[in-house]
Design a protein around this ligand. Structure first.
Ligand code: SF4
Length: 232
């Protein structure tokens, strides 16, 4: 087979639309990240799944129930239960009663678990290091594209829901308050938003994917947010 035929064969296999090329790029990135995660986890005496659970508990800053961990990490209940038991045996987690339901159990990090979680949070640094070589406008374009891709996957039911601006009740166009009071122009710049509860300006580079102040909006709010975000 000639070189040209080989290339055409590959194009037929993977597709030649921008969406196909991006998918290939994400697959390559996934391979590199999986390798790094395994290397890090092995050196820490953990599995990547255990590291992910530690990082999730560190980000949430509160005890989580097993079913919450399973939902947020997209793991099965059995895998989550096994990983949590192992982490408990290693002294990195402890079980306690859930704050909102004394009959239910939740898990929290021990001081040793917090130290391990901080170390686990460092392995993706090889990607952020490489991204810093891109121009600011390129980084913004990558982030806003990824943000919208993640939201679209959520809508299609192929990714767990995130605590993101895209579905948050506090997200609105930058001039919504002024428009309500009739004191400012009613049309906001498409890339200009506001977080009501934090009283902060947001744009396509500062939208949040995982936010402690998040509160889910109703169906109408989520649809409005998506309409706004699709324009950026
Ligand atoms: S910054 Fe947080 S609280 Fe504000 S709109 Fe975004 S997700 Fe909601």
């Amino acid at each position: 087979m000639t070189k040209v035929a080989q290339v055409l064969d590959e194009v037929t296999l993977y597709g030649d639309h921008p969406a196909d090329r991006i998918t290939q790029g994400l697959l390559r990135l996934n391979t590199a990240m999986r390798n790094r995660a395994w290397n890090w986890a092995e050196s820490a005496g953990l599995t990547p799944t255990q590291g992910e659970i530690l990082m999730l508990l560190m980000q949430r800053k509160k005890p989580l129930r097993l079913n919450d961990i399973a939902r947020e990490t997209a793991l099965t209940a059995a895998t989550t239960s096994d990983a949590v038991s192992t982490l408990e045996e290693k002294g990195l987690l402890e079980k306690r009663r859930a704050l909102d339901d004394r009959r239910a159990l939740a898990v929290k990090l021990t001081p040793r678990g917090r130290t391990a979680a901080k170390r686990a949070a460092q392995w993706p640094g090889f990607v952020s290091g490489a991204l810093s070589a891109l121009r600011d406008d390129e980084q913004t374009a990558v982030y806003s594209g990824l943000f919208k891709l993640i939201r679209e996957l959520e809508i299609r039911g192929t990714m767990p829901a995130h605590r993101m601006c895209g579905t948050c009740r506090w997200f609105e166009p930058a001039n919504a308050d002024g428009a309500r009071r009739g004191t400012r122009a009613k049309v906001a710049k498409p890339d200009s938003f506001r977080c009501v509860t934090l009283d902060q300006a947001l744009d396509r580079s500062t939208l949040r994917l995982d936010c402690l102040a998040y509160e889910a909006g109703d169906v109408g709010t989520q649809a409005r947010n998506w309409k706004l975000l699709k324009q950026i």
